[in-house]
Design a protein around this ligand. Structure first.
Ligand code: ADP
Ligand code: ADP
Length: 228
């Protein structure tokens, strides 16, 4: 599903963010990516959703060699990956419904399917009743639920979540985790970067620790491993 073979990433300013990462993440896994700030976690995530390209090494996502992707195949890879951010990144002038439907418009989904599927995923995240709200009229947890609905609306095989609970209080964070677990249970691979010690140590999953651009630890049902 996701395979990295000796992946290096050096930014134009010379920062070596990743220094030879090799890892396989299988279909339907739920993986936490942990590590200190500046270790390379976000870069790792950005390579998966093709925000950045590797400087060296091979990266396969769903069987596609990301480094050698033909331009016409890019939309296909993109629609198979849903992305969730710490700061939600909703379009402020669009309603919850419109934010989610927009992700389907981008891939030119059929109109009829769009309405049905958008309402379906808003119901799934518990926001069916708030589809006409603007982001500013929703709490942080609700905005993150809209972002999750947007991430899953095209039925991606992978969700990449970069600190999805970073701006949320503990109770709201658990609600978001329940939702991500549910989505994983329905068959979506989840790769989640987090600093949330309590979540990692309670909802035990595979833990990949990145330190100084390298994989320092890879444990099944692992622990957070750093001081809070
Ligand atoms: P983390 O997510 O673990 O905090 P990042 O992947 O954001 O780590 O950063 C890893 C290293 O790469 C850091 O030294 C950071 O300063 C550097 N870096 C990240 N993004 C960029 C960028 N766009 N340009 C230059 N350097 C960057
Ligand atoms: P279906 O075969 O219709 O997808 P499921 O029981 O798998 O049936 O899904 C039930 C509901 O959840 C449907 O509305 C479906 O669109 C939605 N769904 C299915 N898979 C996912 C997923 N990975 N993430 C979010 N929603 C999903």
């Amino acid at each position: 599903m996701i395979e990295m073979m000796d992946i290096w990433k050096t930014y134009p300013n010379g920062a070596h963010a990743l220094k030879g990462i090799s890892v396989v993440i299988d279909r339907n896994e739920f993986v936490y990516i942990v590590g200190p700030s500046g270790a390379g976690k976000s870069t790792f995530m950005k390579l998966i959703y093709r925000e950045e390209f590797p400087t060296k090494g091979q990266l396969f996502v769903n069987g596609f060699n990301i480094g050698k992707l033909k331009p016409r195949k890019i939309p296909y890879v993109r629609r198979n990956i849903g992305v969730i951010f710490q700061d939600y990144r909703l379009l402020p002038k669009l309603t919850a419904y419109e934010n989610v439907a927009f992700a389907m418009e981008v891939i030119e989904a059929p109109r009829k399917l769009m309405k049905k599927r958008t309402m379906e995923v808003l119901e799934l995240v518990g926001l069916g009743g708030k589809h006409a709200h603007l982001p500013a009229q929703l709490s942080g947890g609700e905005q993150q639920r809209v972002a999750i609905a947007r991430a899953i609306v095209n039925n991606p095989s992978v969700i990449v979540a970069d600190e999805p609970t970073g701006n949320l209080d503990p109770e709201t964070s658990w609600g978001i985790m329940n939702l991500l677990e549910e989505i994983n249970f329905r068959g979506t691979t989840i790769v989640m970067a987090t600093h949330n010690r309590e979540i990692v140590n309670t909802l035990r999953k595979r833990v990949i620790a990145i330190e100084n651009g390298l994989i320092a630890r890879d444990q099944a049902r692992g622990e957070y491993g750093y001081e809070a």
